[in-house]
Structures are given as C-alpha cells and as structure tokens.
Design a protein around this ligand. Structure first.
Ligand code: SF4
Length: 86
C-alpha cells in the first residue's frame, strides 16, 4: 500500500487504523474533544465533501478527518466557508 511522501503514513487507512487513531486521541490527557452529535455532524460534512480523499483524508490539510473532527479546536479548512456547521 502507498505511503504519503510527506509524512510516511499509509495513504489508505483501514477501519482498524482509524479506530486506533481515534482511540489514541480520546485517551490523550489535555486533549478536548467534541460531543458525539457534533462529531457525527462534522464527519457527515466531510463524507459529503469533494476534498475528501481515500475516505479518510482531507486533501486541504492532510488530516485524517476522523481525528480532526473530534478535536474541540478542530477547524474545517474549506476555502471561504467551513463546511462544518458546528
Ligand atoms: S475541507 Fe472540511 S469538510 Fe472537506 S474534508 Fe476537509 S475538513 Fe472535511
């Protein structure tokens, strides 16, 4: 499987990869996360976004959206207007 030339991570992540990353972030001390309804709303916007690649990665920032959407201070980088409502 290919890897990102910049960060070395796999470009196509399995569900287990993503679950592991999300669990790791949730377990980190000092990281503020959003409530589940906010998380699901953000993810729905990402899954409907033309900038989503490989089903998991934002082409604008390179983040795994499952992680970015979880962060209380996470922002959607879509030009001019965030696609996230919350
Ligand atoms: S631009 Fe925003 S909505 Fe689109 S994939 Fe990136 S974070 Fe998600």
């Amino acid at each position: 499987m290919g890897k990102c030339k910049r960060c070395g991570l796999k470009t196509v992540l399995s569900e287990q990869d993503i679950e592991r990353m999300v669990a790791e972030v949730r377990s980190m001390r000092g990281i503020k996360t959003v409530k589940d309804e906010v998380y699901q709303s953000r993810l729905a916007a990402c899954f409907d976004c033309p900038k989503l690649e490989y089903g998991s990665t934002c082409a604008l920032c390179g983040c795994v959206v499952h992680v970015r959407a979880l962060l209380a201070d996470g922002k959607c980088p879509f030009p001019k207007n965030s696609r996230w409502q919350v």
